[in-house]
Design a protein around this ligand. Structure first.
Ligand SMILES: [Zn+2]
Length: 312
């Protein structure tokens, strides 16, 4: 039985339940939460996160893939505490997001890979928590030279460990195409790669070109904030790809995180957690448009479980 590394240790793939492909538990762009902890109300931040993730769990979500990297303020001990408090399975990531730290600029891909491999095989910091995914990111600026080193390092770590890569791309500029090219050049197994934020594109031909390279797509960022496509446009693209036969390569998510609460900030307005938008709104709409229950199960359970476990 294949297993997946979560913050609370390995979990059998068959027990993961519905999986959200691209989420976060805590985000601080940069390391403000670690460097300026006095600005935050940690009790209320934690309470709010436990509340929202418990709500997601009660609403039918079994697993979150948390793609938070060091440059996004990754804090795996905090995530482990939330997982223990809520019963949610949470997979955490190695890798680097858009703010490639200066220390990585001159590092060659082999050395970068060795850091990612350490976080996969030995653990993150000295927590013993092992990364179950490798996150990389390229936005509207495309793949910069320092980001290219990170992509090549990620490809090598994936090739050596079988741990999947999940990317952030700027889909309107089709940045995923260059990500695929680099992974191919490095000989990474393409069925261990997911090109993310793909529902920011409404062009099924571009997305199918990526799928034809053998990768998965994360159709995330639901419900979508204008000027990016809103949720019904995301659904149209997703349905078109499903109709073209790609459900076995598609997964869905929100790219959501409850924000850390500042000391002088009021409590967030009580509203349904965004972790459930797909399950309460977008997926029911797809069912109404004729997407079968089996297919919904494929994109929420089987495809992401396969992504997390194949070759392991
Ligand atoms: Zn994200």
């Amino acid at each position: 039985m294949p297993t997946v590394e979560t913050v609370l240790g390995p979990v059998e793939a068959s027990k993961l339940g519905a999986i959200l492909s691209h989420e976060h538990v805590l985000i601080s762009m940069g390391n403000d939460a670690r460097n300026y902890p006095w600005r935050y109300d940690w009790d209320r931040t934690r309470k709010n996160a436990v509340h929202e993730i418990s709500e997601a769990k009660a609403g039918g979500i079994g697993t979150l893939i948390d793609l938070t990297t060091p440059d996004l303020g990754r804090n795996v001990r905090y995530v482990r505490d939330i997982a223990a408090a809520t019963g949610m399975h949470i997979v955490v990531a190695t890798g680097i997001w858009r703010d490639v730290p200066r220390s990585f600029w001159e590092r060659d891909p082999a050395e970068t890979a060795s850091i990612f491999i350490h976080e996969i095989q030995e653990g993150i910091e000295d927590s013993g928590i092992k990364a179950g995914a490798i996150k990389v990111a390229n936005d509207a600026e495309g793949v910069t030279p320092e980001a290219e080193n990170v992509l090549r390092g990620a490809a090598r770590a994936c090739k050596e460990t079988g741990t999947p890569i999940s990317t952030h791309q700027w889909a309107p500029k089709e940045v995923g195409r260059r990500q695929v090219e680099i992974f191919r050049e490095e000989g990474a197994p393409m069925d261990r790669v997911c090109i993310g934020h793909s529902a920011d594109s409404t062009d099924p031909d571009y997305l199918e070109e990526l799928l034809n390279a053998g990768v998965y797509l994360s159709m995330d960022r639901y419900p979508g904030v204008p000027p990016r496509p809103e949720w019904d446009a995301r659904n149209r693209t997703l349905k078109e790809l499903i109709d073209r036969g790609w459900a076995h390569r598609l997964m869905v998510g929100h790219d959501y995180a409850p924000m850390p609460i500042l000391k002088d900030q009021p409590d967030p307005e009580p509203k349904p957690t965004r972790y459930l938008f797909l399950h309460t709104t977008a997926l029911p709409a797809l069912r109404e448009q004729g997407v079968s229950e089996d297919t919904i199960h494929t994109i929420t359970h089987e495809t992401p479980a396969h992504f997390l476990t194949a070759h392991r």
